[in-house]
Design a binder for this molecule. Structure first.
Ligand code: DHK
Length: 148
């Protein structure tokens, strides 16, 4: 049996992880995070397909595509988390369980980062645990996938 697929979406500037404000976002690169997720997924009986884009429309296209082939979404929308009703609507439209991840504790940062627009379309949010948050997010998604 093929394992259920989880689409992992990384938003703007997450391609620069490792050298982007490491005191806030840590030193792990995106490639390292994606490798860790693939290993975690294998342990959980899942498979991940990881994409990064700096463009809202591309992220939305990837969400729409997931409807036919995936069982869940793990998303760090980057700064779109705080503003993108369009990404939230896309997640609602496909009706797959989604978990939002933030490397930093957005609630302890500037007030503009306390508003989470995309999170309202997700089953939950993990924030503040650095790269570990992605593995935690995948684990949190699992029962929602199994329930379907
Ligand atoms: C990533 C970003 O790019 C920011 O715009 C968010 C989030 C926080 C993170 O912590 O992973 O505000």
């Amino acid at each position: 049996m093929t394992p259920p697929r989880v689409r992992v979406l990384h938003g703007p500037s997450l391609n620069l992880l490792g050298r982007r404000e490491p005191s806030i976002y840590g030193t792990a690169t995106l490639a390292e995070i994606d490798r860790g997720l693939a290993a975690e997924a294998a342990e959980l009986g899942l498979a991940v397909e990881c994409f990064q884009s700096n463009h809202e429309g591309v992220l939305i296209d990837r969400i729409h595509e997931a409807a036919g082939s995936c069982a869940g979404i793990l998303i760090n929308p980057g700064a779109y988390a705080h503003s993108s009703l369009a990404i939230a609507d896309a997640l609602r439209a496909i009706a797959l369980p989604a978990v939002e991840v933030h490397l930093s504790n957005v609630h302890a940062r500037e007030p503009a980062r306390h508003t989470l627009v995309v999170a309202a379309a997700c089953v939950g949010v993990i924030a503040g645990f650095g790269a570990l948050g992605y593995a935690l997010g995948l684990r949190a998604l699992l029962p929602h996938i199994q329930r379907r």
